[in-house]
Design a protein around this ligand. Structure first.
Ligand code: NAP
Length: 274
């Protein structure tokens, strides 16, 4: 996917006079966020997209951040704006995300993009849910008519991926921390998407043979400190027909979709189609 995008972007200078530009804002020094931002800048480099990483100290005020976003909104050379979450507690994430120009919202978190997804209007779809559907398609999984179970109902993963699965005619069940008899529900899944943020929470007895398992979780395994998913990969892999590893599964696909969203925002601003 990245090679195809690199080829597409290589043709842009001749066609449009420049390549797409993605601005990534990081407030503070959270190591996980630093590593995500690095990964995004690296992917942009591979695809040939210009990236501007803007670092601001933890003490940055909400107004300073809003002013920074306003400046990037007004900057014609910037096609995509991403504010790395989470933000420090004294800054309202809702306010900052809503302040990003909708047409530059490459993360798809702006309320108008979220509304567009639910109302089936043209919009930028959030990268992780978009990437999950792409992975299912690339694995040749038929979604239509399947029983899909989504574990987790966050605004950035669980809910949008459930909507995308529904739009592809799956029958979708959304589970959360108060779901009773969770294992009974998950055992009924033909496609199981897990996004809860609990290391190895989904055990082999919760999954039926032949299930397609998409593990979104990124956690530190308390036993060895290594990265692991929400799913006990070693125990479930023999039962699953498809299973995504952590790391190396949903994460890289999310970043690839971020590059795709940046290209789409760029082309829309240029008044062109892909
Ligand atoms: P979140 O906002 O913390 O939401 C967690 C969801 O899981 C909530 O809906 C919660 O239910 C549910 N939950 C928690 N404990 C549960 C339990 N014991 N049983 C059933 N449901 C439970 O998380 P998120 O932002 O969606 O992220 C989830 C995970 O995905 C995290 O590990 C995060 O790091 C990872 N992630 C990965 C990517 C990627 O690109 N790979 C992108 C985003 C997030 P309630 O609603 O009832 O509280």
């Amino acid at each position: 996917m990245k090679a195809e995008m690199a080829e597409q972007v290589a043709a842009f200078p001749a066609r449009f006079g420049r390549v797409p530009c993605l601005a990534v804002i990081l407030v503070g020094e959270d190591p996980a966020s630093q590593s995500y931002v690095k990964g995004k800048a690296k992917a942009a480099e591979v695809v040939g997209i210009e990236s501007r990483v803007i670092l601001r100290p933890e003490e940055t005020s909400e107004q300073e951040l809003l002013d920074l976003v306003a400046g990037l909104n007004a900057d014609d050379a910037v096609d995509g704006i991403l504010v790395q979450l989470p933000l420090p507690k004294h800054i309202s994430e809702d306010k900052v995300i809503s302040a990003i120009d909708r047409s530059k919202d490459v993360d798809g978190f702006h309320p108008l993009n979220v509304a567009g997804l639910w109302m089936k209007r043209p919009c930028t779809v959030a990268c992780t849910p978009k990437g999950i559907i792409r992975m299912l398609d690339e694995a040749g999984v038929e979604i239509s008519g399947k029983r899909a179970v989504v574990l987790g109902r966050s605004q950035i993963v669980g809910l949008p991926v459930a909507k995308l699965l529904l739009d592809r005619n799956a029958t979708v069940t959304i589970c959360h921390s108060r779901t009773a008899d969770l294992a009974q529900v998950t055992r009924n899944a033909e496609i199981l998407v897990v996004a809860i943020g609990r290391p190895k929470f989904v055990t082999a007895d919760m999954v039926s043979d032949g299930t397609v398992v998409i593990d979104v979780g990124v956690n530190r395994n308390p036993e060895d400190g290594k990265l692991c998913g929400d799913v006990d990969f070693a125990a479930i892999e023999p039962k699953a027909s498809v299973i995504t590893p952590v790391p190396g599964g949903v994460g890289p696909m999310t970043i690839a979709c971020l590059m795709e969203n940046t290209i789409e925002c760029f082309l829309a601003r240029m008044g062109a189609k892909a």
